[in-house]
Design a binder for this molecule. Structure first.
Ligand code: ARG
Length: 459
């Protein structure tokens, strides 16, 4: 047991207590952040005259040496230390002796862990944001190539009106764009440095908190020391943004699973992103999409767990907050992997344009347009709705599509129909006439794609 305290104790810690309390098994993940924070702290202390230049140099070199040795595998982070902070400090003292003991001046593990977590989460926000951006690139590329790939649009999972693949995927583009903006927003709000808050009430040493904040790329220091050590809002905001990302990925996965089914066959998932069955040789399963859908629950779980942990905590630091780490690490790993795999699956997936188009033709998705045709020829909409309803019933009995009816058949139901009905209800017309902003019509879709290209290019 290597711990940073013990002076006021007369007994050894019980082993079970020690193990229960220790966090080294998971907080070793942020050894780099812990060292980064310590380096900034000593550089600032030297500037403030709290350390000599020589002491500062020795400590910084010692810390960098620890990082190098951990990264090369020469130095193992073991359970012998209570947490990553103890590990770094104890190793520093082993390496450079007495001067190492000055590192923790004007600092508590409470502001130290608040800083480490923030530095770690900040990297996570940027990594996830970059992955969402890649997904947006892939989506936009597929959209550009499919402004005239007709497919049925659904409501209640029933064919409703024809759209295009570009338009359908464009809906996901908007979702992931908002996700990306949410991440950027989390970053903006969280990027303030808690170091210097001490245990809860700051310190009497002349720390320059602006300087430490600046050294680590923060916008500035946090403004209340009690809040600084007990704030985990930014983790919750990130987990919430991640949960929404997962919800979007899960909905998209569900659609891909449906589209990939034998019944739909709208898409074919690449062999590299599918799996087989141990018993049924014919199977090619969409396991990646299913796992992404499944892992969504896990990320929601992290959010709910941390919200529940934080609820009712009195100010300021409480050990409960140590529980933030495993949930957050797991959620960040999961989201990163899911976006990466999903993007790979999407970029290699084949869209079966012919099947999509046939499906759009065969589900009366042009019924609204047939009614609009009548309205344009002077029939009140309510009557037109009834007439087309009878047309649809007739087609169902005859087992044909609206487009397959002869003009005589059309006329037998309403004399208003003329030869131009065929053009009016063709898929191309149905889609291309929908040119209100946000609709699937090719001209307006191209405008939106252009705008989104600029959005991605303007970084
Ligand atoms: N391992 C602790 C955590 O993750 C570090 C802070 C410990 N501070 C304390 N006063 N026990 O929260």
């Amino acid at each position: 047991m290597a711990q940073l305290w013990g002076g006021r104790f007369t007994k050894q810690t019980d082993q079970l207590v020690y193990d229960f309390n220790a966090s080294i098994t998971f907080d070793q993940r942020f050894y780099k952040q812990d060292i980064e924070g310590s380096v900034a702290h000593v550089v600032m202390m030297a500037q403030q005259g709290m350390l000599t230049q020589e002491e500062m140099k020795q400590i910084v070199e010692g810390l960098k040496g620890i990082q190098e040795d951990v990264e090369s595998g020469k130095l193992q982070i073991t359970k012998e230390y209570e947490d990553i902070h103890s590990f770094v400090e104890a190793n520093l003292i082993d390496r450079i002796g007495q001067v190492g003991k000055k590192l923790h001046t004007g600092r508590s593990r409470n502001d130290q862990v608040a800083l480490d977590m923030k530095l770690y989460v900040r990297v996570g926000v940027l990594e996830i944001e970059a992955l969402v951006r890649e997904l947006l690139e892939v989506l936009l590329h597929i959209m550009e190539e499919n402004t005239q790939t007709y497919m049925p649009g659904f409501t209640h999972l029933q064919k409703a009106q024809p759209v295009t693949l570009a338009h359908h995927l464009g809906a996901y583009f908007e979702m992931f764009k908002r996700d990306r903006e949410r991440l950027q927003d989390v970053f903006k709000r969280m990027n303030y440095c808690p170091l210097g808050a001490g245990a809860l009430a700051g310190t009497t040493y002349p720390l320059d908190r602006n300087r430490t904040a600046e050294l680590m790329g923060f916008y500035g220091p946090t403004l209340n020391s009690m809040d600084s050590v007990s704030d985990r809002d930014y983790v919750l905001e990130l987990l919430s943004a991640c949960s929404i990302i997962m919800m979007h990925l899960s909905r998209f996965s569900e659609e891909i699973i449906i589209w990939n089914s034998n019944e739909y066959q709208f898409v074919e998932i690449d062999d590299a992103f599918s799996t087989g069955s141990s018993i049924m040789p014919q199977k090619k399963n969409p396991d990646i999409a299913e796992l992404v859908r499944g892992k969504t629950g896990r990320v929601y779980g992290s959010l709910m767990a941390l919200l529940t942990t934080m609820k009712g905590l009195p100010l300021a630091y409480n050990k409960d907050m140590q529980e933030d780490k495993e949930w957050t690490f797991d959620a960040l790993d999961t989201v990163k992997k899911c976006i990466q795999l999903f993007t790979g699956m999407l970029s290699t997936m084949k869209f079966r344009r012919d099947v999509m188009e046939t499906s759009a033709k065969n589900g009366f998705t042009n019924a609204t347009d047939a009614a609009d045709y009548l309205v344009n020829h002077g029939v009140p909409f309510r009557d037109a709705h009834g007439i087309v309803g009878r047309l649809v019933l007739y087609c169902i009995e005859q087992n044909k599509a609206l487009d397959d009816m002869t003009l005589e058949e059309f006329k037998s139901i309403s004399p208003v129909f003329e030869e131009d009905i065929y053009d009016a209800i063709s898929l191309k017309t149905c889609v291309d006439k929908r040119i209100t902003l946000g609709a699937p019509g090719k001209s307006v879709m191209e405008q939106v794609i252009e705008q989104n290209k600029q959005y991605l290019g303007n970084e």
